[in-house]
Design a protein around this ligand. Structure first.
Ligand code: SAM
Length: 195
């Protein structure tokens, strides 16, 4: 089964979870992984789907063993584990991320393909708390969206002391997309965010 067909079939079964009819294109994958490299350290990927961002991260030199992939759909998780046997693939809801990552785990970066526009604010906030509780100083979350503004509500960014900046736009994607880079706005102790 091709990746596109599997993706479309999954979308038809559960459109709200998948959030797109087709996997992202290579230009978007290049943009969202553009800050990653061999020295990034552990990279957390949320909602990898059929792995287009995963592949781009590997091409940029992130070692496979440094990848943690969090995917909700079993068929996708199975394919990812087969294709990337050294990566840690967790088939789970990203909302439960806090229980999956050991407290001492420090992430270099996080990349997200999650359809945040389809999610309730409280879920987004819980995920962000877990991500930033584990991201090391200077680490960032890269999130794409088909919208024209950051898909994380402003009041959530403010409550968590985070800021979002436009990392770039990709017209050559169906539909065109933007990538936002989310970072801490000041140096609040990491454990304060875990709650
Ligand atoms: C828009 S697709 C993006 C897939 C891939 N990153 C790409 O760009 O082609 C959204 C992905 O997020 C996954 N997903 C949605 N909600 C999730 C959740 N709560 N936890 C983990 N994965 C989730 C979906 O199964 C799907 O693989």
């Amino acid at each position: 089964m091709t990746k596109r067909f599997l993706f479309l079939r999954s979308f038809l079964k559960n459109p709200g979870v998948i959030g797109a009819v087709t996997p992202s294109g290579s230009s978007l994958a290049e943009l969202i992984t553009s800050d990653l490299g061999p020295a990034t350290g552990t990279v957390l990927e949320l909602g990898p789907g059929t792995g287009i961002f995963t592949e781009a991260a590997l091409k940029r030199g992130v070692p496979e063993k440094d990848l943690i992939l969090i995917e909700y759909v079993v068929d996708f998780a199975r394919i990812l584990q087969m294709r990337y046997p050294q990566a840690r693939v967790l088939c789970m809801d990203a909302e439960q991320l806090g229980t999956a990552l050991p407290p001492e785990k420090r992430l270099g970066a996080a990349v997200s393909g999650l359809p945040l526009l389809n999610m309730r604010g409280s879920k987004i906030e819980t995920m962000l708390r877990s991500i930033f509780a584990h991201l090391r100083e200077g680490g960032a979350l890269y999130q794409f969206t088909y919208g024209i503004t950051c898909p994380i509500p402003r009041h959530i960014l403010k409550r968590l002391d985070l800021k979002a900046s436009l990392h770039g736009r990709v017209l050559r994607n169906i539909p065109p997309a933007r990538v936002y880079k989310i970072t801490r706005s000041n140096h609040r102790p990491l454990r304060d965010l875990a709650r």
